[in-house]
Design a protein around this ligand. Sequence first.
Ligand SMILES: Cc1cc2nc3c(=O)[nH]c(=O)nc-3n(C[C@H](O)[C@H](O)[C@H](O)COP(=O)(O)OP(=O)(O)OC[C@H]3O[C@@H](n4cnc5c(N)ncnc54)[C@H](O)[C@@H]3O)c2cc1C
Length: 348
Amino acid sequence: MYVVGGGPGGSGAAYAAGRLGYRVVVFEAHERLAVKPCGRGVPVVGDFPFNIPGEVVLNRIRYVDLHVDGVRAFKARGWIEGVIVDKGAFLEHIFSSVGAEVLRRSKYNVRSGYARIGGDVIEVRWGVFSGGFPYYDGERIPVVQYIVDKAVDVDLEAIEIRFDTGLLGYYYVFPHGDQVEVGVGGFADYETLWGLLGRFLESDYRFRGSRIVRREVAMVSVGGLRLGYINRLVKVGEASGFVLPLTGEGIRPSFISGYIAMKALLENRDPVGALRSSWIGRAVRIQRRLLEWAKSLDPQGRRRLLLSLSPEEHAEIALGALRIPRLARSVISKPRLALSLLARILGF
Ligand SMILES: Cc1cc2nc3c(=O)[nH]c(=O)nc-3n(C[C@H](O)[C@H](O)[C@H](O)COP(=O)(O)OP(=O)(O)OC[C@H]3O[C@@H](n4cnc5c(N)ncnc54)[C@H](O)[C@@H]3O)c2cc1C
């Protein structure tokens, strides 16, 4: 069984195939895994079909510190727990747990449909494709980030999200071992985002004496699902839009999409249909509708909306797990907001 791409989507597919007893070969264009910039945050929730081992965890996240246009909305514990992973080690662990053979510096040619194994060139006829955001043909937004050390007073057990309603995006401060990742993503160009991030670092005392270790940029696919095939390979992961559009979370959705598609393929079911009807597909569709709604509001409207949500509601929306019973309860306390959310989720 063949998998193109050694990222989270490819690892989910390899994991499913390995669990079902198939031999897996993974084509990976780079020498190292996880070269693409990433915040490496993974929420710990029951829907991840793989237990994240302690040795790949850099930080355990217990708090979410959420700000809206410079005003702290809450610093809460218990609604979202998660981990910051060493993404390369995490992926290596998944592949080796099922004995997948990862061929590095081995690029699948999307034009011809061929790849090289040792001295042979073979046609890759059956499997999944998870090449990431460059192959996604929907809406993408840029993200820029610094990895810094010597920052002070940063809570290494918290992720900090700072919404900027004018930008329609957010700044984030994530721990990375004893270093810190500081970034911003949103509906602007790279130059604007670098300017914003530079000013953010200058204005925050915690980063005054810090040193920039790395500077990274990449895009995130926020346009929703683009299901289908590349040649004969089923698209999964970010290439097919498995990123939650409001948050940019892509590791868990990509892994799960790879897992679902590969399992369906091997069980002779329609993989695209399985992805479309999956809960994670539904979560992406709902968040995309909510993003469209957020785009249609002015900054004040977005601010009011973000500040009116409870930590629990924020967590459920962010995780793609908004439940109708919660909304029904909210209708009593915040009828207009809850009904608007419901309308967006149901798509009218
Ligand atoms: C700055 C930034 C921060 C982020 N932070 C987070 C976060 O904290 N948490 C989170 O969940 N998500 C985050 N994301 C999103 C997350 O990184 C991605 O959604 C996720 O990695 C997508 O997984 P994937 O397997 O689809 O693609 P990728 O991770 O992009 O992996 C694709 C792999 O395929 C390989 N490849 C590509 N083309 C070929 C080819 N032709 N032949 C062989 N190999 C090929 C690539 O080398 C790569 O290894 C972030 C994104 C950005 C840009």
